[in-house]
Design a protein around this ligand. Structure first.
Ligand code: AMP
Ligand code: FE
Ligand code: FE
Ligand code: ZN
Length: 272
């Protein structure tokens, strides 16, 4: 049983349409995936029906963008009620911040001398929930970067000319909302680059006391020492340990479907 609980489609900043993503997951030998696009449930239906057709279980999920101090914290939520008004309202608020940031980023990049228009980015975004990766792809298409990663390094990470902040809730609020919607909250890549300063053991313990259920330990952004620390912390706090690819299609090289997986016993605990 191979389980990958964190993958993105083109409904946010991945590149595969949801049904194609599910077919790729089946081809990669996965039995279970969770579609966890950033701040949207958009791909659930399409991925779910393709999963039914292929006998692959698709757990509806979402990766909520949160902020703590100066860091960006991502909270995965598994199987929340699709119609919970408070959670939907919060996700809509986050998406509004995402959409509003695009023109501000374009303006900042124009100020740095680049010839980039809002329409160049809009073309990349299409119907997706917009994010910096779309701006990155637009920059690469214009020749201002080699690829998405290069565009982040040159223009889009904090401190670079195109960086603009946006609204994001505190992780405590997000955990409360997910639990109230009957979902299962799990911290995504807690010691990845963007959040490792803020997510100390104490902060994670506080979130666990508030109802956090799991930690995504097995993620490519964690080195072996970090994984060992997180595994010990999960044991101390009685948290479920998950692992996942954080697949983004062609948008993120090396993060292949099923490259990291969740132990079936941990998966059972997660959904219990
Ligand atoms: P946003 O949520 O719009 O601020 O964009 C953050 C997203 O960009 C993350 O979820 C990743 O998918 C992606 N990302 C962040 N840093 C990088 C990077 N250095 N290279 C490529 N993609 C990145
Ligand atoms: Fe992403
Ligand atoms: Fe993330
Ligand atoms: Zn992700």
């Amino acid at each position: 049983m191979r389980i990958d609980l964190h993958v993105h489609s083109d409904r946010s900043d991945g590149t595969d349409p949801p049904a194609q993503l599910v077919r790729a997951a089946a081809a990669a030998g996965l039995d279970v995936i969770s579609l966890t696009d950033h701040d949207t449930f958009d791909g659930w239906e399409e991925a779910g029906s393709e999963g039914e057709r292929l006998g692959l279980r698709v757990v509806p999920g979402v990766e909520m963008s949160c902020r703590l101090g100066g860091g960006s914290v991502h909270l995965l939520a598994y199987d929340p009620a699709p119609d919970d008004p408070a959670l939907l309202a919060e996700l809509a608020r986050i998406r509004e911040g995402r959409a509003g940031r695009i023109p501000a980023m374009v303006e900042a990049l124009q100020g740095a001398g680049l010839e980039l228009a809002v329409d160049d980015v809009a073309e990349v975004v299409g119907e997706s929930t917009p994010g910096r990766p779309h701006v990155a792809d637009a920059l690469a298409a214009k020749g201002y970067a080699r690829d998405r990663r290069d565009a982040f390094d040159l223009w889009l990470t904090e401190g670079k000319p195109g960086f603009v902040t946006r609204y994001a809730p505190e992780p405590h609020l997000a955990v409360d909302l997910v639990l109230a919607a009957g979902g299962v909250p799990v911290l995504a890549h807690p010691r990845g680059r963007a959040s490792r300063e803020e997510l100390s053991d104490e902060v994670i313990a506080g979130l666990a006391a508030a109802g956090l259920v799991g930690l995504e330990v097995d993620h490519l952004d964690h080195d072996p020492a970090t994984r060992a620390e997180l595994r010990a912390l999960a044991r101390d706090l009685d948290l479920v340990v998950t692992g996942a690819s954080d697949y983004h299609g062609a948008g993120k090289e090396g993060y292949d479907l099923g490259c990291e997986t969740t132990d079936p016993e941990q998966f059972e605990r997660l959904l219990a």
